[in-house]
Structures are given as structure tokens and as C-alpha cells.
Design a protein around this ligand. Structure first.
Ligand code: GLN
Ligand code: ZN
Length: 757
């Protein structure tokens, strides 16, 4: 029995890639220095994987920014606006990822979207009628050779043709089916190249196969693979799926001339059922995703062994695999020095999952798996009762009744009351919450953590930052202000730290997009709030201005979705517990004179089941009420805002309206404001602030550009409902671009006001 993984974190154990890339962006190191850091990370991981005894080591899972973007460059699917800048290959790549503004031009980045049901984001490839897909890139081959030179014949990993075509955005008349021949030819060529280089296996990642598929989708998938597999050139081909089951195309996959099929037994609710009902083709390897690639708990060997024993009835060629790429978990537990062993022994990060795979292989090849020491130690760990349970919290969630989820009076009445209270101008301007987390802010936090700065001095520093931020916003002329979120490392981690029931890691970073990483808290016990969290800072900020100061909170669904959740209680129960805690905070803010409270639900859509048929029951039916619970008992004149970003909202737009917030701001500019039509068609009731410029790019939008966006908004949304704001929080931006951008935003709003009143 062999072991495999789908992919490995690429940022380095201490985020070396992030820091090197950022230095490169700032011009502090050269491209070859950046390449060198990348190589060191890859070789370190290669060595580690070899030493762990992993049989099928992946390559090309490394990326400087994102694997889908890499595939676009591999297949010649890069819009000319990036290639025509005359930049080096690496810089053209970063231009597509981050936008470019400089001597050679001014171009926006490609759109960015959440990667299926994760908090990882991919760059959306753009395909136009003139795109000629063909194999032009060399990265997968170079990385294969690099590993070969270092003693390993690896399994190259490439995003598959079907998934690539499904994820792309088509800007002209042509659609997926028009690109089948070219795409297939490119992948055919790719297999040929790998065969020449001596690869044994090639893995094509096809997560799109776990989505709902139409007949046309199935035809597209089979047409592609029939053509690609005509010439495998002696290379074994694995189609790897993850994030769910392949119920729509299981038999179609099985019929193809593949050598391996990768299935997910963790999130794939129906995977086992599919195999039991249809069997598994002999002659193919079954890559069984039994080690969870998304969560950090130790694998339950008893469960895994029982799954594999069952699978043995259907296949005599099983490869033990992770359920998805390990990209979604932190690198290593060995950097966690503060966390007590009583917690740590329950965790497995990427490195520890390699060990688990090796142990599982030993167990499963032993004459009596249950008798092995590894099995027994694991069983003992899993029966240990978990400390941190809080019956009082469970009682509270159990006692919730329907009326706890309904805010009174109705939206329409509140809207009137609030218009009278705030007397805001037409197109009120605001920001999403955070202001640039400049080096001094990060340094102060680090100093506090290391004990080099006293709490008192730290708070003094934060107060000063807030005061400056408020003054700056007044100077810029914004209407609804924010305190800037300087006291927060991260919108979820901060709340996690202030709530009981979470535990924290020191270095357990996970890539979110490009160089941005997050350190998700871990839900350990039952969640509750023992004291106010944000009241002090919000109250202080409000005292500095006569304009309304938004209180800023993170919503329960987002807190849960961006944490590592427990696996022994339901997501619904955990979310309701968090909702009750945030509700207390909302009421405390209101009591302390905060008149506008924003509850961010950036990750609302994230855990939406990938298949539509599972949406309501498995998610929306508790996620939307959890948000409503947070604000259902505030006064009518208190205005509740929410914020969402980087996901497809169109199909849950009714549910978003049902969250019953008073105002919602969201990311729109990277997806070309397509959301506006959806709002109009659905008679969206909540007031809206579709972001007027992209904040994930250092470019400064001109006033004219923003005016144009406002113009588009006015055409579709009643002016009385429109807000003007950036796409998202400004924390990743520098102050140099933030100030002129916001000034242009305010000017554009003023002009629109003038023209529309
Ligand atoms: N209030 C948060 C901020 O501004 C929202 C961030 C987000 O949507 N991801 O940083
Ligand atoms: Zn956002």
C-alpha cells in the first residue's frame, strides 16, 4: 500500500516565501534572490517528504502566487494587457496577480475568487476569443527536474483541463466547448514532456468534478479526457478530485483510460456509497483521501482503518491519500512552543499528516491493525474526554426560540427612522473598517507580545493611531468613520482571542491569497464571551468625532468559517454559540453610544455546500439565522451594517437580503460590478455599498474611474439606497495609496451628489 499527498503548503514553515515576495515587490531584493528563497523552501519540503517515507511526492504544487494563475501562464491564457507591458516573465505574472501601475502602464489585476469552499483564493483566468491555448510554460518541468536532481522522481501536479476551463471567465463569444481541442492538445503535449523527463505519475486536479454537473459538463469532461488520454506516452495519469464527492460523473470517470482516480472520503459524503453501488474499476489505483487536508485534528485511525478495510473489497490497489492539498493547513506543529502538550497531541498539521500517512500504511499492512502500537495510542487519544465544555452555553443555544431571530420593526420602518436620525447626505461615504497596518503597528504588536512594550504603552500607541485615523478621515471628508482596527492582528483571530473556548497557535499560518496568510484560531471548547471586547476602543473613537463611528465586529459565520472547527459537535451548534457571544457585544456597543455597528460576514458563502441541493438544509438554514440572532434585539434607530467579499453572491442574494441588515458593503470591482444587475433583478431591499475600487492592488483609482462606477450603480440601484466605499478593508494597503484613493472616492461621491439632488 502506497502513500500520497495532493499538495503541500508552499509558503515555508515561517512564511519565508511571503516575506521574500514582499521584499521583492518593494524592490529590496532581486528576482534571483526571490527564486533562491523559493528553491530553499521546495528543497526543504522535498527532503522532509522523502524522509517521512511518502511514496508519491508532489511537485508543481509550489507557486509564487496561485496555482490557477500558474496554469493560465502554462497554457498561454494570459490577457495581452499583462504580456504587452514588456516586463520579465515573473513581473508579468505578478502584474496579473496584483495589478501594475508604473512607467509601463496601468492595469488592474485579474479577478480573484474563493477556491471552492475554502479561504484560499485563486486568480480567475480570462479567456478571450483570440486566446490560443497551448503549452507554453515550463515551470512544471523545471520543478520536476529540480526534484529529480535532488533524488526524487515526483508526481507533478497540474490543474486539470476541465477545472481550468470551468474556472475561467470568457470575455468574448467563445465558451468552454470552443477550447476543447486546444486544451486537450496542450495537456497531451504536457504528458509527452513528462514522459520524456521520466515521470511515472502525473496528477490532474479536477475539483470541479465535485460540483453539480450538467450533461454538457459531463460531455465536456469526457471529451477533454478522451482526447488527452489518447497518448499517455507511458505516464500514469491520476485524476484527483477533492472537496466533495463525484456523484454526477463517477461512472464517467471510471470509464476513462485513467491509471488512478483520487476520491475524497472526508468531505465526499457519498463517495463510499458510490463505490459500494458501482464498484471500482480493476486496474486503476484508488487514491483514497482519508487524511483530512483541511482540518488540524489528528486522524481517527479506527475510522480510517474501517474505511480502508471496506474499500479493499472493491479495489486491490489503494493509495492512502489526503482529502485535499495540505495547502489548507499550517506547515508544522514544531513551531508551537507555547501551546501545552495536552492540546498539541490532538493536532496534526501538514508535517504531522505526513507522519500519519506513514503510520496508517504500517497499521494497514500489519497482520492485525488493531494490535499495532500506533493504532492503540491513537485510539486512546480519541477516547480522552475534552476539557472546556460549558453546559451553560449549550443550554442557552438549546433555549433559543424563533423570535430570537427576528428584528423588529421591519426593514422599511427602520430605514425611515435611521434616515431621520443620521441625516447622511446622498451617497454616504465610508470604509470597510481597517486602515493600513503599517510597520509601526505590527512592530508595536510584536513588542507587546515579546514583553518589550508594556500594555499601557501599547494602548497609548493604539489610541494615538486611532486619533490620527479619525482626524485623517475627517480631513478626507468621509461621512461614516471607523476607528481603523489597529488593535487587531486579524478580524477573526482577534475575536477568537477575546472569546472563551478558542485556543491559539503562534506560527500556524495558512495561505489565503498570494502573500496573505491567516492564522486561524482553533475551536476547542464551548464558546462564550466573558467581557466586552471592542467597546473601549469604539467608544474612544466615537468621542473624537461628531460623525457616526462604526463599531466593527466579525460575524459568527465568518468567525467559525475562518477557524479550525471541532469535529465532535456540529458547525451549527458552534456558530450559534459564537452568535450569542457577538450578540452580547453588539448590545454593549449600543449601550455605549455606538449608533452604527458593522458585523462582517466576509466568509458567509465559504462553507456553502458546493452542491446546490445541499445548500438550504446543510447551511443556509442555520447560517442566516445565526447572523440575525446577532442583531435581532438592537433598537430600530441603531444601524446594522454587514460586509462581504470575494465570492459569488448572485445565487444567494435573497438569503443575503434575509440577513436583515440595514446596509451591506461588498467587493464588486474585481468582478466588474456584475453583482449590480443581480441586485436590481431581485429588488434588493438592503441599502448597498458595492465597492468602487479594488483594494488588493496598490494602484490609485482616479476620481473619473470612481465616477464611472457610481454612474453604473445609479443605473441599477435607487440612489436613496447607495453607499460609496472601497471594496474591502484597507489593512493590506500602504498609507501613500490609501489617502489619494479615498480623496478621489469622496470627490467622486460629492460630484454624484451634486448631479443627483
Ligand atoms: N472590517 C474588516 C476590515 O476592514 C473586513 C475585512 C474583510 O472583509 N476581509 O479589515
Ligand atoms: Zn472584505
Amino acid at each position: 500500500m502506497k502513500t500520497s499527498i495532493i499538495g503541500y503548503p508552499r509558503i515555508g514553515r515561517l512564511r519565508e516565501l511571503k516575506f521574500a515576495s514582499e521584499k521583492y515587490f518593494r524592490g529590496e531584493i532581486t528576482a534571483s534572490e526571490l527564486e533562491q528563497t523559493a528553491k530553499e523552501i521546495r528543497l526543504y519540503d522535498l527532503k522532509l517528504q522523502k524522509e517521512s517515507g511518502l511514496d508519491l511526492i508532489p511537485t508543481n504544487d509550489f507557486s509564487f502566487y496561485d496555482g490557477v494563475l500558474d496554469t493560465a501562464f502554462l497554457l498561454n491564457a494570459v490577457p495581452e494587457r499583462y504580456t504587452s507591458l514588456g516586463l520579465s516573465k515573473l513581473d508579468a505574472y505578478f502584474a496579473a496577480a496584483r495589478g501594475y501601475q508604473g512607467e509601463r502602464g496601468d492595469v488592474k489585476a485579474l479577478a480573484m475568487k474563493k477556491w471552492y469552499n475554502t479561504n484560499y483564493h485563486y486568480m480567475v483566468p480570462e479567456i478571450s476569443d483570440s486566446t490560443a491555448l497551448r503549452l507554453v510554460g515550463t515551470k512544471p518541468f523545471e520543478l520536476f527536474k529540480e526534484a529529480l536532481e535532488n533524488g526524487a522522481t515526483t508526481k507533478p501536479v497540474v490543474i486539470g483541463a476541465y477545472t481550468f476551463l470551468k474556472l475561467a471567465r470568457y470575455t468574448g463569444e467563445k465558451r468552454t466547448s470552443d477550447f476543447v481541442d486546444d486544451a486537450a492538445a496542450a495537456y497531451y503535449e504536457l504528458l509527452k514532456r513528462f514522459s520524456e523527463l521520466g515521470a511515472e505519475w502525473v496528477q490532474f486536479d479536477e475539483p470541479s468534478l465535485v460540483m453539480d454537473m450538467t450533461n454538457d459538463d459531463i460531455k465536456l469532461f469526457t471529451a477533454l479526457y478522451e482526447k488527452i488520454l489518447v497518448g499517455k506516452h507511458g505516464v500514469k495519469v491520476l485524476v484527483q478530485t477533492y472537496f466533495g464527492d463525484v456523484r454526477d460523473c463517477y461512472n464517467d470517470i471510471c470509464r476513462l483510460d485513467l491509471d488512478g482516480v483520487g476520491l475524497d472520503f472526508t468531505e465526499g459524503k457519498k463517495t463510499l456509497e458510490l463505490i459500494k453501488a458501482n464498484g471500482f474499476p480493476s486496474g486503476k489505483a484508488l487514491f483514497a483521501g482519508v487524511v483530512n487536508g483541511k482540518n488540524i485534528w489528528r486522524n481517527d485511525y479506527a475510522h480510517t482503518v474501517s474505511v480502508i478495510e471496506e474499500l479493499k473489497k472493491y479495489s486491490d490497489n489503494i493509495v492512502l491519500n489526503t482529502s485535499c492539498s495540505l495547502l489548507h493547513v499550517p506547515c508544522t506543529l514544531s513551531n508551537e512552543v507555547k501551546l501545552s502538550e495536552s492540546y498539541k497531541k490532538h493536532f496534526a498539521f501538514a508535517e504531522e499528516k505526513l507522519e500519519e500517512l506513514a503510520q496508517l500504511r504500517n497499521i494497514l499492512t500489519a497482520p492485525a491493525p488493531e494490535d499495532t502500537t500506533e493504532y492503540q495510542l491513537n485510539a486512546a487519544l480519541h477516547i480522552e474526554p475534552r476539557i472546556g465544555s460549558d453546559p451553560a452555553v449549550r443550554e442557552k443555544t438549546a433555549a433559543l426560540v424563533d423570535s430570537d431571530f427576528i428584528r423588529q420593526p421591519s426593514f422599511e420602518e427602520r430605514e425611515k427612522i435611521q434616515k431621520a436620525r443620521f441625516e447622511l447626505p446622498l451617497f454616504p461615504t465610508t470604509t470597510i473598517g481597517s486602515f493600513p497596518q503599517t510597520a509601526d503597528v505590527k512592530a508595536a504588536r510584536t513588542a507587546l507580545r515579546k514583553g518589550e512594550l508594556s500594555t499601557e504603552d501599547y494602548e497609548q500607541f493604539i489610541s494615538k493611531k486611532i486619533a490620527d485615523c479619525v482626524a485623517l478621515q475627517e480631513e478626507i471628508g468621509l461621512d461614516v468613520l471607523v476607528h481603523g482596527e489597529f488593535e487587531r492582528n486579524d478580524m477573526v483571530e482577534y475575536f477568537g482571542e477575546c472569546l472563551d473556548g478558542f485556543i491559539f497557535t503562534e506560527k500556524a499560518w495558512v495561505q489565503s491569497y498570494g502573500t496573505r496568510c491567516v492564522k486561524p484560531p482553533v475551536v476547542w471548547g464551548d464558546i462564550s464571551r466573558s467581557k466586552p471586547i471592542t467597546v473601549k476602543w469604539s467608544k474612544y473613537a466615537q468621542s473624537l468625532t461628531n460623525k457616526p463611528m462604526k463599531g466593527m465586529l466579525t460575524g459568527p459565520v465568518t468567525i467559525l468559517n475562518w477557524s479550525f472547527p471541532r469535529e465532535d459537535i456540529s458547525l451549527k451548534e458552534s456558530t450559534l454559540q459564537i452568535a450569542l457571544a457577538i450578540r452580547e457585544e453588539v448590545l454593549d456597543l449600543e449601550k455605549n453610544g455606538i449608533s452604527i455597528i458593522q458585523v462582517d460576514e466576509a466568509a458567509l458563502r465559504e462553507k456553502l455546500p458546493l452542491r446546490k441541493s445541499d445548500w438550504k438544509e446543510d447551511y443556509l438554514d442555520w447560517a442566516i439565522p445565526a447572523f440575525r440572532l446577532v442583531h435581532s434585539s438592537v433598537r430600530p434607530e441603531t444601524q446594522i451594517h454587514t460586509h462581504m467579499c470575494y465570492s459569488e453572491f448572485a445565487d444567494i442574494i435573497k438569503e443575503i437580503d434575509d440577513m436583515d441588515a440595514d446596509v451591506i458593503t461588498f467587493e464588486a470591482s474585481r468582478s466588474d460590478l456584475t453583482i449590480l444587475d443581480v441586485l436590481k433583478e431581485n429588488n434588493f431591499r438592503t441599502e448597498v455599498g458595492p465597492g468602487v475600487y479594488d483594494i488588493h492592488s496598490p494602484r490609485v483609482p482616479s476620481k473619473e474611474e470612481i465616477t464611472e462606477v457610481i454612474g453604473k450603480m445609479i443605473k441599477r440601484i435607487p440612489v436613496s439606497k447607495l453607499w460609496v466605499n472601497p471594496d474591502c478593508g484597507l489593512k493590506t494597503r500602504g498609507i501613500e495609496e490609501t489617502v489619494p484613493s479615498l480623496k478621489n472616492l469622496v470627490e467622486a461621491a460629492k460630484e454624484a451628489r451634486h448631479e443627483n439632488s
